[in-house]
Design a protein around this ligand. Structure first.
Ligand SMILES: [Zn+2]
Ligand SMILES: [Zn+2]
Length: 213
């Protein structure tokens, strides 16, 4: 059975999701941005071991406790190669935001468009959605006729991710959302990188950034 829960972690309120096959007791953790004790506690309560750690992008608020989780679980931690330079810039990101520099994790570049990750019977698809950052990705899980997309900072309820940071590109983010996210079913639940969840249908109808003039 699929289990999904989202914790809001770290000073910038990053949404970290635990996505698991509870029968197989295997989980994928999306964006462990901080507060490792809270994430560990939920994994322990649910009796889950971590098969993979994945990142929608490598802004500092989404990778804050990857190293702790990786050390404890032994799981591979993955990014899209397009965000490698940003991970290398973590000290600059920390300085800019006045936050502590996280312990550096072993990040592989395994996330590729059209790829997938497994944990037990759970299969999570990878969609490369550049724009917020060059290596931004969304993760898609379909179960019992219901689709969920973990959108990171690409798509928010009523907004889209900022594109004024390193490698951001407004045309690219709009094109990523239109071509790769709006093609999902209207009732697909969008777990955003910050703030409340939404659905593809609601964003198609009401998101001011997605209305054609
Ligand atoms: Zn971001
Ligand atoms: Zn963020």
């Amino acid at each position: 059975m699929l289990h999904v829960e989202t914790l809001t972690v770290g000073p910038l309120g990053c949404n970290c999701s635990i996505v698991a096959d509870v029968d197989a007791k295997r989980a994928i953790v999306v964006d462990p941005g901080g507060n490792y004790p809270a994430i560990r506690a939920r994994l322990e309560v649910l009796g889950l071991s971590v098969s993979a750690i994945v990142h929608t992008h490598t802004h500092i608020d989404h990778v804050g406790c990857t190293a702790e989780l990786q050390r404890a679980s032994g799981a591979p931690a993955s990014i899209h190669e397009g965000d490698r330079f940003l991970y290398d810039l973590l000290p600059v990101q920390a300085q800019m935001l006045g936050t502590e520099l996280p312990v550096i994790a072993e990040m592989d570049g395994a996330l590729v468009d059209g790829g997938s990750l497994r944990a037990g019977s759970l299969e999570m698809g990878v969609v490369h959605t550049p724009g917020h950052t060059p290596g931004s990705c969304c993760f898609v899980v379909s179960d019992a006729g219901r689709t969920r997309v973990f959108a990171g900072d690409t798509l928010f309820r009523g907004s889209i991710g900022r594109t004024d940071l390193w490698g951001g590109d407004q045309n690219a983010i709009l094109s990523s959302i239109r071509s790769k996210l709006l093609s999902l079913p209207d009732d697909a639940v969008v777990v955003a990188g910050h703030g409340p969840s939404t659905t593809i249908g609601d964003e198609r109808a009401r998101n001011p950034f997605l209305q054609r003039r």
